[in-house]
Design a protein around this ligand. Structure first.
Ligand SMILES: Nc1nc2c(ncn2[C@@H]2O[C@H](COP(=O)(O)OP(=O)(O)OP(=O)(O)O)[C@@H](O)[C@H]2O)c(=O)[nH]1
Ligand SMILES: [Mg+2]
Length: 260
């Protein structure tokens, strides 16, 4: 599918909905939020809720830090579709907004977000069915499909997938939408993962790989992890690529979590 088609569906979801949920990966809000889409929603005078998904993978402190920076706490919520955390609170939020929408009995809720953030999971969890289609094209060709939830809330079954646009391979690796084996520079991706832990929760990285981190140099840390794992060449040098691939894979699979 072309970039243009992705945007068409995002626009369609915004156009059709009263309330738009932007699904964000709570581990990397900077990378998985799209301000352009948020502005679009506001311009169309639709309500916007930032759904910080996968919050089972982050600590309370990271949540608090994010909320502190955020002015209007009314439009952001941390959830976990996997552990069903924050789901009823999100439903309440939707119903609160629904009260402000007088012109219609059915409240229409659409979901947008970058690939792999959990859009389908959010639709399925909120609607209580496993009806959300995985392919965005299917929804388009069949026309608009709505899933009926509780309390006159309808969910648009086709999520608006925000095109990757400017995301480079390192960012795509973090977002788990690029196979680590296909990375030109897996070491850069691994260093970005390590940086995330330095910024947020160094301890959980130390614990996971059983290393002591005494530097801010992400490459040094990568080597330390390789040494600990015994990923060495014959001469005793660390196999950087193998180490990097392991780190990226652990991150993508959700083994390596910011929580502990
Ligand atoms: N740990 C954790 N994983 C989650 C959560 N929600 C979704 N996932 C996982 O994230 C991956 C993507 O979930 P989907 O719901 O398919 O995401 P999507 O945004 O619809 O993805 P695309 O359709 O590919 O754009 C899956 O492997 C899910 O199991 C969550 O709350 N916590
Ligand atoms: Mg999906």
């Amino acid at each position: 599918m072309k970039m243009h088609d992705f945007w068409r569906i995002v626009d369609r979801v915004i156009y059709e909905s009263d309330i738009v949920l932007e699904v964000i990966d709570a581990r990397m809000p900077n990378l998985t939020r799209n301000k352009k889409v948020e502005n679009k929603v506001r311009r169309k005078r639709k309500f916007l809720i930032l759904v910080m998904n996968k919050s089972d993978l982050i600590t309370r402190k990271i949540k608090m830090n994010f909320l502190q920076k955020f002015k209007s706490k009314k439009e952001v919520i941390f959830v976990s579709c996997k552990q069903r955390i924050g789901i009823s609170a999100l439903k309440e939020m939707i119903l609160e907004l629904a009260k402000k929408i007088r012109y219609s009995n059915d409240i229409k809720v659409g979901v947008v977000g970058y690939p792999n953030t959990g859009k389908s999971s959010v639709i399925n969890t909120l609607s209580g069915r496993s009806a959300a289609k995985t392919s965005p094209i299917a929804g388009l060709t069949r026309g608009v499909q709505w899933i009926r939830g509780e309390n006159n809330v309808m969910f648009f079954d086709t999520p608006g997938v925000i095109p990757l646009g400017e995301k480079d391979e390192t960012e795509q690796a973090l977002m788990a939408i690029r196979d680590p084996n296909k990375l030109l520079n897996p070491d850069l991706a691994a260093m970005r993962v390590i940086q995330l832990f330095l910024d947020n929760n160094k301890k959980s990285l130390e614990k996971f790989y059983d290393v002591k981190i005494e530097t801010n140099d992400t490459f040094e840390i990568l080597l330390e992890i390789g040494k600990r794992k015994n990923f060495l060449w014959k001469g005793g040098e660390v196999d950087e690529v193998r180490t990097a691939l392991t780190i990226v894979r652990d991150w993508q699979r959700g083994n390596l979590i910011l929580n502990f």
